[in-house]
Write a protein that binds this ligand. Sequence first.
Ligand code: GAR
Length: 178
Amino acid sequence: MLASGEGTNVQALMDERLPVVVVGSDRPLARALERAHAAGVRTVVNRDLARWGEVLAPFQPDVVVLAGFMRLLPGDFVLSHPCINVHPSLLPAFPGLRAPEQALAYGVKLTGCTVHYVDTGVDTGPIILQAAVPVRADDTPDSLHARIQVEEHRLLPEAVRLHLAGRLRRNGRHVEVI
Ligand code: GAR
């Protein structure tokens, strides 16, 4: 898994007993790394985006899960490794940074989260699972994000489990659960 921040999604996968072989980060102080340490999972820090392929190679991951990894991986990496990303909006709405803030500014009544395969674009890959979250009139970006994260912590482990079980069939932009 790759994570840049708090690591609540890393925690969710570990809590669900998914086989997390390593947690990598571009930020040495990321809380995600502490969480991995506490769970006895190996960690690596690497700031050079072009080197993730060689850094992760010894771990031979079946899938690279991006859980709040805030950098864009090089095209050759995402084309040669299956990667799954979690994003805090109903894509294709509000890609990129600060999605809950974008949703509030736009005035949508419903947002949510998306788990998708990664392609060479920004949050553009084939969608695996989505969950909707209603926006409340008194929401702040933080309160909305907190409710979206409840859904992320359910959806991301489910998608990774389906992928590892060979139950996701990709056909162009479409992902079917079999
Ligand atoms: C998550 O909400 C994830 O969807 C988001 O960062 C957060 C990381 O939380 N990712 C993006 O915005 C990517 N564009 P976490 O560190 O607690 O898992």
